[in-house]
Structure formats: structure tokens, C-alpha cells
Design a binder for this molecule. Structure first.
Ligand SMILES: Nc1ncnc2c1ncn2[C@@H]1O[C@H](COP(=O)(O)OP(=O)(O)OP(=O)(O)O)[C@@H](O)[C@H]1O
Ligand SMILES: [Mg+2]
Length: 283
């Protein structure tokens, strides 16, 4: 599944679970290595700050090529992934799984109905009676914060274990944080706030019905989640400090992330956080 070169590997020194090794792709425009690796690693760290369960990601190399490893979200051999497209098809007989881009049947409302009866991710103390959808709405809030546009119906899943069904931790976060932009453009956006604002406003989903803006998608999901989930996620985002974000980004080696990129990522995250918190009207 998916579009990148990748392999499941055993890393016995890091426990019994398998890890998915994903190579960072080459940028077709100039043959440089794209920043998918640092983006996927950074989003995992940011997810932890937000309290969104996500596959553990570590930087890696394979024969000198930049990569990441993503630890399997399956805890043992009794667990299986049931991807979003299959979960939606089981609920809606006419759900079209073959669509690659915008899918008219793919919306937060449809996901909420399809996740009916599914529990929240395991191994986390969730407040009150959190459902799978209550947690999934947090995945969309995270996507909007990190400018992640890739939440298609195979980029989330339910974990089946015997008769039990629980939402899987979030995975596949490499397409985020503006990893594909050029430094010259990033520098212009850092100089000109209106330019950065136009860039973040253009952030839409490729996959959901109507190709909504990422902010609107997140607000829509929060709006139909339970009131406690809505306030939980907005409070968690509100509590994110600039220091926490700086620390995450500062750990990426300068050899793979320029100073301009670093400043852009920090500025973009601060802008999106404000847009999400200030713009949520609850209607
Ligand atoms: N940490 C993980 N644990 C278990 N399964 C995973 C994990 N990460 C990825 N997978 C599985 O591997 C598939 C492909 O991985 P992933 O989505 O990360 O790759 P990709 O090539 O980036 O995909 P895309 O085409 O969506 O960009 C996922 O759809 C999922 O089935
Ligand atoms: Mg994927």
C-alpha cells in the first residue's frame, strides 16, 4: 500500500514489533532529497505534544539514503489493520474505494457513522466516554495544525483484535510542514506575513468531499464530535507552547534542514495554531 519505497524490518534492539522503513523521495525538480523524513519525524513529536496517538517514528538511513522507520501500531500477531476505506465500505454499500482524489462519499459525517461502535486507541487514558470518532477529530485538528494534506481513507485505520475494534494510532505524516517548498519561497513568506497567510489558506484536503480547507475540515469534525472531545482538543492545542515547538524543530540536524526552513516551520505552526483557535466558532 502507499506510494513510497518501503520495507518492514526487524530492529530487535528496539523491541519485538516490526518497523516500516520508508525512504525519503528525491525531488523530481532537482534531484535533492525531499524533507519527508524530517516532516514525518517532527509530526510524530508534535502529535505527542497534542496528545494524538501516533506511530513512533525514528530517523534512519539505508545504505546512505535518508529514511525514517515507523514502528508498527500493531502490538502483536493477534492484531490486524482494517483501513478507513474498508471501514467506510462496510457501513456504506455504495462507498467507492477505487477513487484516488476527491471522494464524494468521504466526509467527517460518514467517518463518524462508520466508526460507530469502535473504541478509542488502546493504551491511552481517554477522558470520559471518548469514542473512536472523538479521537479521530483530533487527528484532523493535528493535520490542520501541521498543514498535513494526506488524510485519505488508507491513512487511518481500525485495529481488530478478536472481537474488539479500536481506532489505530495515526500514521503516515510525511506530507506536512511544507516539506516540498523551496527555501527562496519560504524566505519570501517569512518576510511577508500576507504571503504566508495566503499559503496556509490554500491548504486544502485532496481527498474529502468538496476538497475543503484543512481548518474547515477540522472544525467540521470537532463540531460533530462530543462536546468534551471538542474542548479537549482545543484546550490541548491552546496549551502548546512556542518553546515546545522550537525544541522539536531544533533537534533536526542542520545538514538536512536549513535555517530558513526551520524558521518557516515554526512560523507556520504558530500561524495555523492561531487560525484554528481564533477561527473556531462552534457553529
Ligand atoms: N506504523 C505503522 N504501523 C502499521 N502499519 C503501518 C504503519 N505505517 C504504515 N503502515 C501501513 O503501510 C501502508 C503504507 O504506509 P504509509 O501510508 O506510511 O506509506 P506511503 O507510501 O507514505 O503512503 P501514501 O501513498 O499514503 O503517501 C499504510 O497504509 C498502512 O497500511
Ligand atoms: Mg499512506
Amino acid at each position: 500500500m502507499g506510494s513510497k519505497e518501503k520495507w518492514w524490518v526487524d530492529l530487535p534492539m528496539f523491541g519485538h514489533r516490526q518497523w516500516l522503513l520508508k525512504l525519503a523521495r528525491l525531488d523530481e525538480r532537482d534531484g535533492t532529497v525531499s524533507g519527508e523524513d524530517w516532516a514525518e519525524w517532527a509530526v510524530h513529536q508534535l502529535a505527542e505534544h497534542l496528545g494524538v496517538p501516533s506511530a513512533t517514528v525514528r530517523p534512519a538511513t539505508l545504505e546512505g539514503r535518508r529514511a525514517i522507520v515507523s514502528r508498527s501500531v500493531l502490538r502483536d500477531r493477534l492484531e490486524y489493520l482494517d483501513h478507513g476505506n474498508s471501514v467506510l465500505s462496510a457501513r456504506f454499500a455504495d462507498y467507492d474505494q477505487s477513487v484516488k482524489g476527491e471522494n464524494a462519499g468521504y466526509s467527517p459525517g460518514a467517518v463518524r457513522d462508520a466508526l460507530d461502535g469502535v473504541g478509542p486507541p488502546a493504551d491511552v487514558e481517554w477522558p470520559g466516554s471518548f469514542t473512536a470518532f472523538d479521537v479521530w477529530s483530533g487527528y484532523l485538528l493535528m493535520d490542520a495544525w501541521v498543514a498535513g494534506r494526506d488524510r485519505h481513507d488508507e491513512n487511518w485505520a481500525v485495529i481488530l483484535r478478536g472481537g474488539e475494534r479500536r481506532l489505530a494510532p495515526s500514521f503516515d505524516h510525511g506530507n506536512a510542514l511544507g516539506f516540498q517548498e523551496r527555501d527562496a519561497k519560504r524566505a519570501r513568506m517569512l518576510e511577508d506575513e500576507a504571503h504566508l497567510m495566503r499559503w496556509v489558506e490554500r491548504g486544502t484536503s485532496h481527498h474529502f468531499a468538496g476538497k475543503p480547507k484543512l481548518t474547515e475540515l477540522a472544525w467540521c469534525a470537532l463540531h460533530i464530535a462530543s462536546p468534551s472531545a471538542r474542548s479537549h482538543w482545543l484546550d490541548r492545542l491552546d496549551a502548546i507552547t512556542a518553546d515546545a515547538v522550537d525544541f522539536v524543530v531544533s533537534q533536526i540536524p542542520p545538514a538536512i534542514m536549513s535555517e530558513v526552513t526551520r524558521r518557516f516551520v515554526i512560523q507556520m505552526l504558530a500561524t495555523n495554531r492561531r487560525r484554528l483557535l481564533d477561527g473556531y466558532s462552534g457553529t
